[in-house]
Design a binder for this molecule. Structure first.
Ligand code: NAD
Length: 353
């Protein structure tokens, strides 16, 4: 067996339908009594409901989270936490809201509790992002890892179908890249394969009945596993490409992941045979890249960069940026091959090695 290092991230996970009701005890467990509730404007009503349910333990609500954590929003949230003398923050929402919680924790060390409502997986990682002057900087810091995560599948019943699929594929991408990461290990491999399997099965079931709570639970369970893989393994071509495309061309996060993943897997496939076998087993498919491309199309998710607002004249620059920073990836980064990959992704053509 290949030698490895396994470093678990210490978070407490409370999982199950209705588990939101356990939030007051979980706050108390951290020794906190004045929670600042974070949400996006779209989820302000949910945040207010959570605040009411906290029975005096809510210091206030800050419902201004937006994608990619602009530094001005982070500063405003930090200031609000200080003004209200909050001793913890509860992030209720997707990666954008959890990201805002992390920005507060990064500066103040305030403990964060996360109540995820998408499958993005940020709640399981010590990775933070902050956007200043149009540039998103990311980093890893153990202080930003949420201490407690309450996964309540009931909160995902309202997740729009499009985001259900794209956010689920975003989660699968963490697991897929974790499988061929330079710092992969057998424990993460188990979580990754099971995470992809659970999400694929759950989204298949949700296509028939989007309010199937059992399937919502299975999807969230898969998202948890995939998020944990992201939190412990370093990511390769797929995540770097998505970061570049999302940041430089302002494309929606989960959509970019959905379009790129089949192409990134096809690019790396021949150089990551063991990972491909596991992904193939999880998807019950011989060609995982093709299977994911068809999975996205079958469930109405975008399969082309063109459809999500990428300008065609940006493809050359994206290819340049993709080879600018070197990082471990199963297949070496070749500009010509990556430019061709980007063209296929732009056109919505099927993935090719
Ligand atoms: P999001 O948090 O931006 O949410 C998208 C929209 O969906 C928002 O309007 C939100 O309010 C709404 N929404 C969320 N859950 C809902 C629900 N259950 N019902 C109805 N509406 C709901 O989307 P996301 O894809 O979860 O997060 C994307 C962001 O997270 C990106 O900025 C990405 O970089 C970041 N991210 C970070 C990490 C990390 O480890 N740091 C991991 C994954 C994603």
């Amino acid at each position: 067996m290949t030698p490895f290092v396994y470093q678990a991230n210490a978070a407490r996970v409370v999982f199950g339908p209705g588990s939101l009701q356990q939030l007051p005890q979980e706050i108390e467990r951290l020794g906190a009594r004045r929670a600042l509730i974070l949400a996006t404007p779209e989820q302000a009503a949910l945040a207010a409901r959570v605040a009411r349910a906290l029975d005096g333990r809510a210091a206030g609500v800050f419902a201004e989270a937006v994608m990619h954590v602009p530094i001005a929003t982070a500063r405003a949230a930090r200031e609000e936490a200080r003004r209200l003398d909050a001793d913890c923050a509860v992030a209720v929402g997707g990666g954008s809201t959890v990201g805002l919680g992390k920005a507060i924790a990064l500066e103040s060390g305030l403990p964060i509790l996360a109540v995820p409502t998408t499958y993005a997986g940020s709640e399981m990682t010590p990775i933070y992002g902050l956007t200043e002057d149009g540039l998103k900087k990311t980093g890893r810091d153990p202080r930003v890892l949420p201490r407690t995560v309450v996964y309540d599948p009931e909160l995902t019943l309202s997740l729009p179908w499009a985001l259900t699929v794209t956010s689920g594929i975003n989660a699968m991408a963490h697991a897929a890249e974790g499988l061929y990461a330079a710092d992969a290990n057998p424990v993460l491999a188990l979580m990754a394969e099971e995470g992809i399997r659970a999400l694929a099965a759950a989204i298949g079931a949700l296509a028939d009945r989007a309010d199937d709570l059992e399937a919502r639970g299975e999807a969230l369970y898969g998202a948890w596993l995939c998020g944990a893989v992201l939190g412990s393994a370093s990511m390769g071509l797929h995540h770097k490409l998505c970061h570049t495309l999302g940041g430089s061309f302002n494309l929606p996060h989960a959509d970019v992941h959905t379009v790129i993943l089949p192409h990134a897997l096809a690019y790396n496939g021949a150089h990551a045979a063991a990972a491909m076998r596991r992904i193939g087993r999880a998807l019950q498919a011989a060609d995982p890249a093709r299977a994911l491309f068809e999975f996205a199309a079958r469930h109405g998710a975008p399969t082309s960069l063109r459809a999500i607002g990428m300008p065609e004249e940006g493809l050359d620059r994206a290819a340049d940026l993709a080879v600018q920073n070197r990082y471990p990836n199963p297949r070496p980064l070749e500009r010509g091959a990556l430019r061709a990959l980007l063209q296929r992704a732009y056109d919505g053509s099927p993935p090719q090695p």
